[in-house]
Design a protein around this ligand. Structure first.
Ligand code: DP6
Length: 340
């Protein structure tokens, strides 16, 4: 059958199709900062992350011929679709050879305005729900690559547990896969919210500026060794090796940001106030280490057995607004559609 007829048939039969997915945010131990290809979100390095059990986005996508335009609701608020999101929906429609407009209903379980990036969980949930609603048959690796095209870090929110995103060299070869399931190592990530202000430079803009830092090339040289160290630490469950490596890596990202042209300062005074306490806590028998995203809120990484001790310390600090305790999370999954 010729392609136009086939498309017409599929399109006209496609009256209502709906799916819902849940996906976690993730915290990078080795960071994606700077792109080899900004259109495709191809990174310059492999990156490694852990999914966050308590920071989830749930998204329902419905394609329907009767919809006049794409519609987007986030946390019960009707919003204009950001262009990144429209482009991603178009990408999925092209892949599936379908035309109908979509209704996207999305919610984050982590409180709005906490400075937690929802782009990874958001694009992972959207990709899985939209692909299912459009009846696309994709492997887990293809889904991860597709999520990456929406927002790079979303590639890592598709597989479960501890995840590696191989940088690849084109769309098909740049995807994430699971290194270890969540139960491999009972790590926790306690996010200390010290500032809820919206950041003025988005990650996407920060990526673009990264190569203007004189230290950027040096960072790229150091990364292969650092990646091996994180791999080794995860394999042998060596918290000190993991911790020391991720602290250096996080400082590096912010060093690049602060020395970009123009410079980007994501830290707040309270960021430094908190991370300067960690060596003292460690010397008193609490092995906790920090990492940071492109924002001011430290992610404190330790083993689950130290959770009570860590929370006791954190509860004494008046400058912390809120704490979010994460275990190692599962990847993106389909769930039943909510009743509408
Ligand atoms: C600092 O994935 O948000 O969190 O691909 O432009 O959407 P885009 O960028 P994004 O960048 C995340 C940057 C980071 C580090 C990381 O998660 O690896």
């Amino acid at each position: 059958m010729s392609t136009p007829t086939h498309q017409l048939n599929k399109s006209s039969l496609f009256l209502r199709n709906k799916a819902t997915a849940k996906a976690p945010a993730n915290i990078a131990f080795i960071k994606y900062w700077g792109k080899a290809d900004a259109e495709l979100n191809l990174p310059l390095t492999d990156t490694i992350s852990m999914n966050l059990s308590a920071c989830l986005t749930t998204t329902t996508v419905e394609f329907n011929h009767s919809f006049q335009q794409d519609k987007f609701t986030l946390n019960r608020q009707k919003l204009t679709l950001p262009s990144k999101l429209v482009n991603h929906l178009d990408r999925i429609r092209r892949l599936a050879h379908i035309k109908p407009r979509a209704k996207i209903t999305s919610s984050n379980n982590f409180p709005a305005g906490t400075g937690i990036a929802s782009s990874a969980s958001g694009f992972a949930a959207l990709t899985l729900a939209a692909a299912a609603a459009a009846d696309l048959k994709l492997s887990a690796l293809q889904l991860s690559a597709l999520a990456r095209a929406g927002s790079g870090s979303a590639a890592r929110s598709i597989p479960t547990g501890f995840v590696v995103w191989e940088k690849g060299h084109d769309h098909a070869s740049s995807f994430a896969s699971s290194l270890y399931p969540p139960h491999h190592w009972h790590l926790i990530d306690v996010i200390a919210i010290v500032s809820s202000q919206e950041k003025t430079t988005t990650s996407t803009d920060g990526h673009q500026l990264a190569s203007t830092s004189p230290y950027f090339k040096l960072r790229l040289k150091q990364l292969p060794h650092r990646i091996i160290q994180v791999g080794q630490a995860l394999k042998t469950k060596n918290l000190q090796l993991l911790g020391e490596t991720i602290e250096t890596e996080a400082i590096d990202l912010h060093l690049i940001a602060m020395s970009s042209q123009p410079p980007v300062f994501y830290w707040e005074p309270a960021t430094l106030q908190l991370i300067k306490l960690l060596p003292q806590w460690r010397s008193r028998g609490l092995p906790v280490y920090f990492t940071l995203d492109a924002g001011p809120n430290p992610h404190l990484i330790t083993e689950a057995k130290y959770q009570v001790k860590l929370l006791n310390q954190l509860h004494q600090l008046k400058f912390i607004n809120q704490l979010i305790v994460n275990r190692v999370g599962e990847g993106a999954r389909l769930i039943p559609n909510p009743r509408s």
